[in-house]
Design a protein around this ligand. Sequence first.
Ligand code: HEM
Length: 471
Amino acid sequence: MEIIAILVYIFLFLSTLLLYSFIKKHRPTPKPKLPPGSMGWPYIGETLQLYSQHPNIFFASKQKRYGEIFKTHILGCPCVMLASPEAARFVLVTHSQLFKPTYPKSKEKLIGSSALFFHQGDYHSRIRKLVQTSLSPESIKKLIPLIQSHVISSLESWASIGHVINSFHEMKKFSFNIGILSVFGNLEGNYREQLKDNYCIVEKGYNSFPNRIPGTAYSKALLARQRIQEIISEIICKKKEQRLIEKNLLGQLLKYKDEKGQTLTDEEIADNVIGVLFAAQDTTASVLTWILKFLHDDQKLLEAIKTEQMAIYEANEGGKIPLSWGQTRNMPITHRVILESLRMASIISFTFREAVVDVVYKGYLIPKGWKVMPLFRNIHHNPEFYPAPHNFDPSRFEVAPKPNTFMPFGNGVHSCPGNELAKLNMLILIHHLVTKFRWEVVGYENGVEYSPFPIPTHGLPARFWRDESIN
Ligand code: HEM
């Protein structure tokens, strides 16, 4: 009798276990849900909220309310914004194949659709290799004497003017010349001027309303872009005639052949040249302008930098010997000032990608076709990673930042190949500025304006002069 009862118990126990695992296996898994957040009004979404205030206030208040991932709807597109280092890494590095770069068509037309940053996959990695080679430390080392001569002539011209200049505009001219240098090497002044004049027109059109009505900024920009392409074709023709294929970007693009022996067309080359010039100019100029402001505001720090740079200046016999690559690698205080300026200014506050399939991140659905925005500035200004984030404090970089919390140059396959050149420009400019010149900021209103990158108001008006106490 007892045995039968035990057998019945075992039977009941086993069948309950079986039933339980069957139900568990066949229970429909909960569908991933959209991230929290608001999609705002039909069609316009939250575009007005974003642009009626400082965009960073919009991002920060959303993050406070919804956490590290939230949805919104701006400029006619549903978006998911991501404010954590892990989420940015997921999109840009570990799952980058699930997201493609995305830019408005009007902007793509102005730069040129073959420029590398519009692409993903094979074409992108082939062109990227060429760009990276031309901007590698080995290549940019050789540019130091030329960069120095641009730095010195820019500083001398600002000092000789005697009156107040718009620092950002001047930094733009300087950065454009360095961009030209990295693409073409030493280019004839006549070509440089033609490229600069047309590029200025393209720039004005880039941030204007896109339409082809003759006379509008956008249509003028399209024409100027065509002229730039013609100038580049002429330069290519000359280089080919002279059999002059150099190590710079143009040389890399010209000598490229794919596995079938196919070379790049002049149009593909022009698109990538314009793309690099575009990526290099305003970015470098904005950060340089912020550096001028941060150093001006902190005289103690300026003194520390001056001491560091004067030691190098004296070792170089009062500037008679040009800076060496090794010296630029050994400027710890100046280097930390650059890193802190990049963090504080976070001139690229975020980037855009588009989901190419439905993606699930931490249980949230990012539907195919939605825009995805890793928010670099929110990460750089998060007190968890950077205590007292609104204070300018280069000493925080005495310790390396936590992984993926410092991304002024992006991350992953599309991260900035020009980052070493950008930092080299800054180091060289700071060296000559603090050793031989002085500057004062004039009538600055302590605000930020968008160009579209954040810059100090009115481009930081400043006066420069030579320090006569230095030989
Ligand atoms: C302080 C100056 C600079 C900053 C803050 C900066 C920042 C960035 C960032 C954040 C990206 C990645 C964008 C994304 O993931 O969507 C990027 C890409 C890029 N940058 Fe820079 N950049 C600077 C200077 C330069 C310079 C000097 C050059 C070239 C001479 C350059 C060339 C490029 C190119 C070609 C890309 C596209 C890379 C790709 O799609 O594979 N940048 N930059």
